[in-house]
Design a protein around this ligand. Structure first.
Ligand code: F0G
Length: 481
């Protein structure tokens, strides 16, 4: 942060923006919260937004837009073909990434669908630092397999390696040596979602891309969380301290073959894009856009979102814009860590991540500690987090459970949405829950879909722990909400 406070011990993250449109919030009583979470099958995806006080489910499609983004939406040129909006977006992508070719898609997973359809055949593998749910679902749907190569530290909650999203380069080398022909592409997630928004360093990205280029293997960067990753490269990788964000973006685009992203995250908008510098790659992927998405000028996106994306991408090159998320997350992680709450450290992008296995020590995977903690936090504070643990995994083809390596409760911090007092409230309720963790029990399935079960699945508490938790809340907080 560039602004320092007079009394350093009172340093807090400072918003470099002001709020000009607000939305009223509502906080149900603790008794209502127990009711609502059960109506939602103890799945925070199924809660109604009107019943949620702080929506920390995701940073996807819920980031605050800037005044200039809002203004840009008014000039949207709504033509099926030859739209000026499309030209403006192409120009923004070219300036921000330095790429020539652009394929529009309605969101990130639509890009993943196209890439899987185009490149993954049954029996093929897709090595990556870590999977993301939708990327994996598309790859496995067409018969491919995901191989995770994240460095060991990435899976160690308290390891303070600043780049826990890095690849284990030895394992990548070995895989290339033994299975080069089976590799559809190597996917690099810049900002690893499921292991706590942990970044990957430029040095590691460069090494991966170089190794792949020499072996004739395609590299695909998932840049959905790139804005946070860029911030971490600037502040944690000394060689890049004085390099401009634009130059870093261009260097990234130079080293890989394809970049795709969800603009629900990168660019503070909606939609998605696949971009590349290689014409043959563009041509190879092009045919899928009209088939699945829409004409090449919009690919399923609404023109106003495309205008907002273009403006949002330019704003991504401003350190004061992209730092707001990470510095708020860092504040929340520190507050909780100082109190003894087991957090994923160092603080990453996207949100703060609580290590639910350590928070609910002794609770087995099959009682879904991360899901139980998500339900408990909604009861404690009307806060909607997201389970990122075993419920977010899918069963093996033979029906056995595949338990997650990390059982996390993610508290996403949509960019520029929450005030510092709301973040402090969140920390307060998590601390209370930590002091009352003995009251939290497990969950069991009531309805379990076979694909992406975390979206629609319904669970119920084992026993009456939720009523006991609400009762303790009343004892401690009186008639407070
Ligand atoms: N890749 C990453 C790293 C993501 O975080 C996401 C979405 C996608 C791809 C898919 O993009 O939603 O536009 O289709 N992450 C959201 C989340 C859903 O809540 O973390 P999408």
């Amino acid at each position: 942060m560039s602004v320092k406070f007079y009394r350093p011990e009172h340093q807090v993250p400072l918003e470099m923006h002001k709020v000009r449109i607000v939305q009223k919030l509502f906080l149900p009583t603790v008794e209502e919260r127990v009711e609502k979470i059960n109506e939602a099958g103890n799945n925070t995806f199924l809660l109604q937004n009107k019943d949620v006080f702080l929506d920390m489910l995701t940073d996807s499609g819920v980031n605050a837009m800037s005044d200039l983004q809002q203004a840009s939406m008014l000039q949207a040129d709504d033509a099926y073909a030859g739209s000026e909006t499309c030209n403006r977006l192409k120009k923004a992508l070219h300036e921000v990434f330095g790429t020539e070719y652009f394929l529009p898609a309605h969101q990130g997973r639509a890009c993943e669908n196209i890439l899987a359809e185009a490149y993954v055949k049954p029996g093929m593998i897709v090595p990556m630092n870590f999977h993301f749910t939708t990327a994996k679902a598309h790859i496995t749907r067409v018969g491919g397999e995901v191989i995770e190569l994240v460095s060991e530290s990435g899976l160690e909650p308290q390891n303070d390696n600043p780049f826990k999203g890095n690849f284990d380069l030895d394992r990548l080398r070995e895989l290339i040596d033994t299975r080069r022909k089976d590799i559809a592409f190597v996917r690099i997630e810049t900002g690893t979602n499921l292991i706590g928004g942990q970044p990957i360093s430029m040095a590691n990205m460069k090494a991966v891309c170089k190794m792949c280029r020499e072996a004739g293997i395609r590299t695909v960067i998932d840049a959905s969380l790139m804005q946070d990753n860029l911030y971490f490269v600037k502040v944690r990788e000394p060689e890049y301290k004085d390099v401009s964000l634009k130059d870093i973006m261009h260097e990234i685009a130079d080293m890989c073959d394809i970049i795709y992203f969800s603009s629900r995250k990168l660019g503070f908008s909606r939609g998605g894009a696949i971009i590349t510098k290689h014409e043959p790659t563009y041509r190879e992927l092009m045919e899928f856009v009209p088939l699945y998405e829409g004409f090449l000028t919009y690919g399923g996106m609404e023109v106003r979102s495309m205008e907002a994306m273009a403006q949002g991408l330019y704003e991504t090159l401003d350190m004061e814009v992209i730092s707001q998320g990470p510095i708020f997350i860092e504040y929340l992680v520190k507050e909780l860590d100082d109190y003894g709450v087991p957090m994923i450290k160092p603080a990453g992008g996207l949100g703060a991540h609580i290590n639910a296995s350590a928070f609910l020590e002794g609770m087995p995977h099959n009682e879904y500690p991360a899901g139980a903690l998500a339900a408990a936090l909604y009861i404690a504070g009307g806060i909607r987090g997201m389970e990122r643990g075993s419920i977010s995994e899918q069963r093996e083809p033979d029906g056995t459970e595949r338990y997650a390596e990390l059982e996390l409760l993610r508290l996403a911090c949509p960019r520029r949405v929450f005030t510092l007092s709301q973040i402090k409230y969140c920390a307060d309720r998590v601390k209370w829950l930590y002091d009352n963790r003995d009251l939290i029990g497990g969950l069991e399935w009531v309805e379990e879909p076979s694909v992406l079960r975390f979206f629609f699945g319904r669970l119920k508490p084992k026993g009456d722990w939720q009523q006991r938790l609400a009762k303790k809340f009343r004892e401690d907080f009186g008639d407070s909400l």
